[in-house]
Design a protein around this ligand. Structure first.
Ligand code: FAD
Ligand code: NAP
Length: 323
């Protein structure tokens, strides 16, 4: 039978943003509920080495970090729910979310931290070699390719920024794009073209990621989009940078979003256009997309949710006294 779960702070998503919001919310006595979704712990659970999350001198593992975050959130009083939200109602005095088994979650405040997923090419070898040479995050994994040969696939801002970033680690970066012109900003294109460490392969589509010995990436099989000529490029690492998709389908026509579907928040805050509803992490951030920035935004969302409730309660008391 469907159950109704009530909380002062409902959090959708259990990545670094959601769990950080939960830690702050629980410590403020808001008894948060976190609905975990299909990827409990979020994106870091599908990676291995994490070297840039502060507080750890040695390399840590993504799944371990997320287990620790969850344990910390539970330790201070968070309720974790194995459920996925399928619809939301943001119109009432409390915010309602329905789980896929029919359970109802009601929050006096709502923190949305449903993250974003990298888009993948969907060609053979990509999934099998993910984490073994194929990545979608140069900031996260570029360091592992110091002095090696890498390629970036895509022609937008992300791809060009990733290619430029990778020159910090590699002297041999190739950008592979399916057309003969980039869609990135002009200033980025100028930087790319002026960088002697980067070359561009135009009009090439990736047909296949090819593994070598040890099941690590060895090469990419390419096809020319103009001539259909086949070729191969040897590489140690391939970064797919063809865009990200924020998980915001639930909030379409309910919250303001940009053209790419990222939730819009008031600059420098986690506040959406519905008072009491906050967004944190990759779901509203197409620029930084890091665990530490997501965690920071989760903290901000919880602090602002707490203030929102305090102000609401204070105005309720004032109205009663005046009435
Ligand atoms: P996510 O981690 O994306 O979490 C989203 C959560 O929302 C998930 O728990 C999901 O189940 C839940 N959810 C989605 N929809 C629903 C729904 N309908 N109902 C309920 N729950 C839902 N960053 C670093 O700082 N360092 C690194 O080394 C690093 N390495 C990375 C390696 C890889 C392979 C990837 C993919 C990313 C990496 N990142 C790294 C980026 C980092 O993982 C993200 O920036 C961070 O996880 C974003 O946190 P988030 O909480 O906003 O969202
Ligand atoms: P994007 O602008 O949508 O560009 C995606 C790129 O990937 C395009 O060049 C596209 O090719 C290519 N692509 C898409 N699907 C492909 C496929 N299946 N196979 C091969 N190539 C494919 O995505 P983005 O670069 O991630 O940027 C997303 C948004 O964030 C944009 O609004 C961007 O301006 C913004 N952003 C801004 C900054 C910044 O301001 N510094 C940084 C990063 C991102 P085509 O060109 O042929 O379509």
């Amino acid at each position: 039978m469907a159950t109704t779960h009530k909380t002062r702070m409902l959090i959708i998503g259990s990545g670094p943003a959601g769990l950080s919001a939960a830690i702050y919310g629980a410590r403020a006595g808001l008894e948060p509920i976190v609905v975990q979704g299909l990827q409990p712990g979020g994106q870091l659970t599908i990676t291995t080495d994490v070297e840039n999350y502060p507080g750890f001198r040695d390399v840590i593992q993504g799944p371990w970090l997320m287990q620790e975050m969850q344990a910390q959130a539970e330790h201070v009083g968070t309720r974790m729910m194995w459920d996925t939200i399928t619809s939301v109602d943001l119109t009432g005095d409390t915010f309602k979310a329905i789980g896929d088994g029919g359970d109802i979650y009601e929050g006096d405040t709502l923190v949305i931290s449903t993250g974003a997923q990298a888009k993948w090419l969907g060609v053979p070898g990509e999934q099998e070699l993910s984490g073994k040479g194929v990545s979608a995050c140069a900031t996260c994994d570029g360091f592992f390719y110091r002095g090696k040969k890498v390629v970036v696939i895509g022609g937008g801002n992300t791809a060009v920024e990733e290619a430029l970033y990778l020159t910090n680690h590699s002297d041999d970066v190739t950008l592979i794009h399916r057309r003969d012109s980039l869609r990135c900003e002009k200033i980025l294109e100028d930087r790319l073209m002026a960088n002697p460490k980067i070359s561009v392969l135009w009009n090439k589509r990736v047909e296949r990621f090819v593994g070598g010995e040890n099941s690590e990436l060895r090469a990419l099989a390419l096809i020319d989009t103009q001539t259909s000529e086949e070729s191969e490029i040897e590489t140690d690492g391939a970064f797919v940078a063809i865009g990200h998709a924020p998980a915001t389908e639930l909030f379409k026509d309910k919250l303001a979003m940009d053209d790419s579907g990222y939730l819009l928040v008031k600059a420098g805050t986690p506040k959406t256009d519905v008072p009491g509803v906050f967004a944190a992490g990759d779901v509203c951030d197409h620029t930084y997309r890091q665990a530490v920035t997501a965690a920071g935004m989760g903290c901000m969302a919880a602090l602002d949710a707490e203030r929102y409730l305090a102000e609401k309660e204070f105005s309720g008391v004032t109205a009663t006294v005046q009435g």
